[in-house]
Design a protein around this ligand. Structure first.
Ligand code: FAD
Length: 256
């Protein structure tokens, strides 16, 4: 089975975000595999162990993304591909999808697993757009996946309800919390990962001209939410507190 995972390197969710000159500052930030993409990697490994074949993890990113690709290899992926984005100054969801689809158009794909959404950009566009470009089935926010021959039976999270969907391969799925428990890389896995193939591609290798993948959107502004004030603790008898609370809701919170 030809199993692919598309993975993004993101800020560690524990990082404190700061903005400088309208851009998120990356100074001394820690990066990780996007947490939803870890579910995708884990599910890909399970599929391979059950059905055979190999797992290839693909990312578009900077040179530094090799670290997260090596982590995916240490988890058990067979191959990794780093598509270098540094030639392009600005990119958006269109750019990401156009580059990925150029990569996949030459490939014999049974399944592509993506995260449901990233914890930084958070658009949730890349999976659906990529499936559309490749003309293959897509099921989003999946929590269970069973494949038998050419058929996939999938449970997906539909805002708290569970839907069971049947479709055929080739297929793209976006992975949601609850699908599995991603494994930690083992020490032998980390040692083996150093020797596993990691292919580095430039846009030229995919026959892409810069203008073909230029961003279609522009971020005009970025700002952090306003800092919340301290909470207020009310004193006194309950009827008095209720009166004061009602008054504060009118005068300070301005919600009634
Ligand atoms: C050439 C280039 C230049 C860019 N420049 C900027 C910039 O200047 N400023 C800025 O803020 N952003 C920049 N980006 C980032 C870009 O806006 C986002 O990567 C893209 O829009 C994905 O959006 P998202 O994070 O909302 O992903 P989502 O759509 O939320 O991601 C869903 C899933 O898609 C997959 N996926 C997403 N991104 C990638 C990826 N890069 N590689 C592989 N799989 C992926 C993952 O499985 C992920 O879980 C650039 C991207 C490219 C390609």
């Amino acid at each position: 089975m030809n199993i692919y995972v598309v993975m993004k390197r993101t800020f560690d969710t524990e990082e404190k975000i700061s903005i400088q000159n309208g851009k998120i500052s990356e100074d001394s930030a820690e990066f990780i595999i996007n947490p939803y993409d870890e579910y995708a990697i884990e599910e890909a490994l399970k599929l391979r162990d059950k059905h055979g074949g190999e797992v290839t993890v693909v990312t578009i990113g900077e040179e530094e993304a090799e670290k997260e690709l090596r982590t995916a290899l240490a988890m058990g992926a067979d191959k990794a591909v780093l598509i270098d984005e540094e030639e392009l100054e600005e990119g958006d969801e269109f750019s990401t999808t156009a580059i990925l689809s150029a990569y996949f158009k030459e490939k014999d794909v049974d399944i592509i697993l993506a995260g449901n959404v990233t914890v930084d950009g958070g658009s949730g566009q890349v999976g659906p757009r990529l499936a559309e470009e490749l003309g293959i089935s897509i099921v989003t926010t999946i929590t269970k996946l069973t494949i038998e021959e050419n058929k996939a039976v999938i449970e997906r999270d539909a805002e708290g309800d569970i839907e069971t969907v049947e479709t055929t391969l080739p297929l793209l799925v976006t992975c949601q919390q609850g699908l599995n428990e991603p494994r930690y890389p083992s020490l032998p896995g980390i040692m083996k990962a150093k020797k596993k193939p990691l292919e580095k591609l430039e846009l030229d290798d995919l026959d892409i001209d810069e203008e073909d993948v230029e961003a279609k959107t522009k971020v005009l502004d970025r700002f952090l939410p306003p800092v919340k004030g301290d909470g207020k603790v009310l004193d006194g008898e309950i009827p008095q507190q209720v009166k004061e609370l009602a008054s504060l809701l009118v005068t300070e919170a301005k919600v009634i």
